[in-house]
Design a protein around this ligand. Structure first.
Ligand code: MOS
Length: 741
């Protein structure tokens, strides 16, 4: 029998390694003769370096090199753009000129034989600047709004019908603006790289969600062959998007290691992670919705503006959900960027969607309030039959089943509709709901499967596991496909010399890498059949493939239990040489063309607000998701809990505040960058709606990483409105928003 391990709540195969410390993260791959580098960050927000006085630093013990634009090698920076890179602009060319483009930009690097000595020498460096006033606020009068360069399927402007005219003539309207502050990812593991050169070959033990691209990018920056760069990253201690791109510290580490001819370790400080490794861009949005009195949407206008850096146009799907979310004949979306004197923003869990859906879903909640209609009922009335933006059917869409299951499980019927109508003692109680969605992506991916003479399988892909449990879920996919127990499968990831995988982002690792692993395992089985067929002593000899079947890792004639030959037997009979297949898999282009593919979810939140202190606290929350096949419900639940907690952070706590004078993050540390801790995380509940989607990929998996953050912030804001009658248009919602209730 096939073990049927897909769908089972297996514990993590790497759990023991993680809790015992056997799992090694980038900074733990210490090398013989290793040295330590410390980045000196700019203390101005814009301008030019006029002098670097290293006299005092150079005299300190243990100092091996002080590198800056004054003495750094001119690097080729050959053109290189991956799909995750901003479509327009050029990455920071580190130490190539005297310009300071944003606060915290690396301006010098000190290398010493110990970390303490490197830090001491770094602090003794005297750098003088010619400072200009940076613009770091997208509302600044001098800031420009630009249309981003076209990016893939997403367009800066989309629409159907005449949304503006329809809005003007709608009997019921809502017109809202929102301001979502900058956030930083702040995963537990800091960015880190250990760089070591052997001749012209570079090895990087580097925190990365995308080792294949890190290899290609560093090769391009240094103008060396791709094969001469090896990136190794078996474990990632959380990332949420901040390790998708290869930031400048990796280049600096490699530059320093080459300069001194010894391995260099470079770990960013928590503070440096506030300005050099991307952030969720601040967004300003307007959502205007028109409806008939019975709640049919007549117009949706969504204008989104996001900050970017002056040297790169970071783009994300800020307004794109609005195009297909609800049935509406007149829709107009626009997406603009405001280049600022800041580091380039990057993807942060639910990138674009979470900010965009915040605006759409809070506006919809306001509309429900104006109509005197239950917010779930409003969504039900406008549930589309197809993706009206793309004019295609959905491959599957189970939004209403999510709402139905969620409303029941959450006890939505106990909610009294009137704002401020629910109390618990002196606390105001609010219940809010919102829709979550995320596209079911699948980029091309490859994987290698190897069946060994002992009947065990080795699987390899240059994938990453930043926490969702990729090691475990991929082991399940291989075990299921091969029909063997999971303990006979070993899966390795995180090496750039493994078959390339797409970025470990966009919630596509299961769809992309999982599909590749499945295909590689099937290809191995085919090869085994060929070997068996060629062997006169095999039951499969001279029997067509169609008359054979694999049952529990045994090849047999269909229905004939006694005719079996195990993997080990087939491999042994052919001289014990392992059977290996490397396969590259893309989504079926026909299905991709025909269907609109998205995961959906419904989120429910109950909060309390202290009317005297203005404190909003989530009391309980439920996320119900339909994301196709759930490969491992235990991991999936854990994923969703993490995303929901991220949503609590986005709604109520997380904010990187900038000093307008120089763009300095004023809370670039964990004491004042607020994140939800245990006391902020109440009872969280997760449920899945079973969904069979044959179109997305043979595994039927849509992906689950990002969607669980997407609906949380609007559900919380809607609950705050329900509790207080106050619609807060800014995130995070803070005490000052809720005073004087
Ligand atoms: Mo996710 S923001 O694509 O790591």
């Amino acid at each position: 029998m096939n073990p049927q391990v897909i769908g089972k709540p297996l514990p993590r195969v790497d759990g023991r390694a993680k809790v015992t410390g056997a799992a090694r993260y980038a900074a733990e791959f210490n090398q013989p003769n290793q040295t330590y580098a410390v980045i000196v960050s700019s203390t101005i927000g814009l301008g030019r370096i006029t002098a670097i006085d290293a006299t005092a630093s150079e005299r300190l013990p243990g100092v091996l090199a002080i590198i800056s634009h004054l003495n750094a090698p001119r690097l080729p920076y050959n053109p290189h753009k991956a799909g995750i890179d901003p479509p327009d602009g050029e990455r920071l060319h580190v130490f190539q000129d005297d310009a300071v483009r944003f606060y915290g930009q690396p301006v010098a690097l000190v290398v010493a034989d110990t970390l303490d000595r490197a830090e001491r020498a770094a602090s003794a460096l005297r750098i003088t600047y010619e400072a200009q006033q940076p613009i770091v606020d997208p509302r600044d009068k001098q800031a420009q709004r630009i249309s981003p360069a076209a990016y893939g399927r997403l367009e800066a402007d989309t629409g159907r019908g005449d949304a503006d005219a329809a809005f003007e003539s709608s009997p019921v309207t809502v017109d809202m603006t929102t301001d979502i502050g900058r956030q930083n990812h702040h995963p537990m593991e800091p960015h880190a790289a250990i760089a070591a050169w052997t001749g012209d070959r570079l090895t990087l033990w580097s925190k990365s969600q995308f080792v294949a691209n890190e290899q290609a990018e560093i090769a391009a920056i240094f103008g060396i062959a791709r094969e001469n760069v090896q990136v190794i990253c078996p474990f990632v201690g959380g990332a949420f998007g901040t390790s998708l791109r290869t930031w400048s510290h990796v280049t600096l580490g490699a530059m320093a290691a080459r300069r001194i001819g010894r391995p260099v370790k470079l770990v960013l400080t928590r503070r440096q992670m506030s300005f050099t490794t991307g952030h969720r861009p601040r967004t300003l949005q307007r959502v205007a919705i028109g409806a008939t009195r019975d709640g049919s949407l007549t117009s949706i206008i969504h204008e989104g503006t996001a900050e970017t850096s002056r040297f790169e146009q970071f783009v994300e799907a800020l307004t794109s959900c609005t195009d297909f979310m609800y049935s509406c004949p007149n829709v107009r979306t626009s997406y603009r960027l405001v280049p600022l004197d800041t580091g380039t923003p990057t993807y942060m869990r639910g990138p674009g969607e979470s900010s965009g859906m915040y605006a759409l879903e809070t506006a919809l909640d306001e509309l429900a309030h104006k109509l005197g209609m239950d917010p779930i009922e409003l969504r039900r009335r406008n549930e589309p039959k197809i993706d009206e933006g793309a004019n295609k059917p959905f491959s599957s869409r189970s939004l209403m089943p999510c709402y139905d299951l969620g409303a029941e499980r959450f006890g939505w019927s106990k909610r009294t509709p009137e704002p401020r109508s629910m109390r618990d003692g002196r606390l105001l109680i609010g219940m809010g709901t919102a829709t979550a969605t995320y596209p079911a992506l699948q980029f091309p991916a490859s994987a290698r499967a190897r069946l060994r003479a002992d009947g065990t399988a080795e699987i390899e892909a240059a994938a990453s596991d930043m926490g969702p449990g990729t090691y475990t879920s991929m082991t399940q996919v291989a075990a299921e496909t091969l029909g063997i127990p999971v303990d006979r499968v070993s899966f390795s990831l995180g090496r750039s010399d493994f078959p390339p995988a797409p970025p470990h982002g966009g919630s596509q690792t299961m769809a992309a890498v999982g599909s590749a692993i499945r295909a590689a395992c099937l290809a191995v089985q085919d090869q085994l059949i060929e070997r068996a067929a060629a062997n006169p002593r095999s039951p499969a000899h001279n029997i067509g493939k169609d008359a054979l079947e694999w049952v529990g890792g045994t090849l047999r004639r269909k229905g004939i239990a006694t005719s079996g030959q195990s993997y080990a037997e087939i491999v042994a009979a052919a001289g014990g040489v392992p059977v290996e297949a490397t396969v590259n898999v893309s989504r079926d282009p026909e299905a991709a063309d025909k269907y609109s593919m998205h995961a959906f979810g419904a989120v429910f939140v109950e909060i309390s607000v202290d009317p005297d202190l203005g404190l909003a606290r989530v009391r309980r929350a439920l996320g119900v998701y339909s994301a196709g096949r759930i490969v491992n419900p235990r991991l999936a639940r854990s994923q969703c809990l993490g995303g929901m907690i991220g949503g609590i952070g986005m709604a109520l706590m997380e904010h990187t505040a900038l000093d307008p004078r120089d763009g300095r993050p004023v809370n670039a540390h964990m004491a004042e960058y607020l994140l939800p801790v245990n006391l902020d995380i109440p009872h969280l509940d997760v449920a899945f709606v079973d969904e069979v989607d044959p179109h997305v990929n043979p595994l039927g998996a849509k992906g689950l990483g990002e969607i669980s953050l997407v609906g949380m912030a609007p559900a919380i804001a809607n609950a705050v409105f329900h509790a207080t009658g106050r619609r807060i248009h800014e995130l995070p919602i803070r005490i000052e928003h809720l005073l004087g209730l």
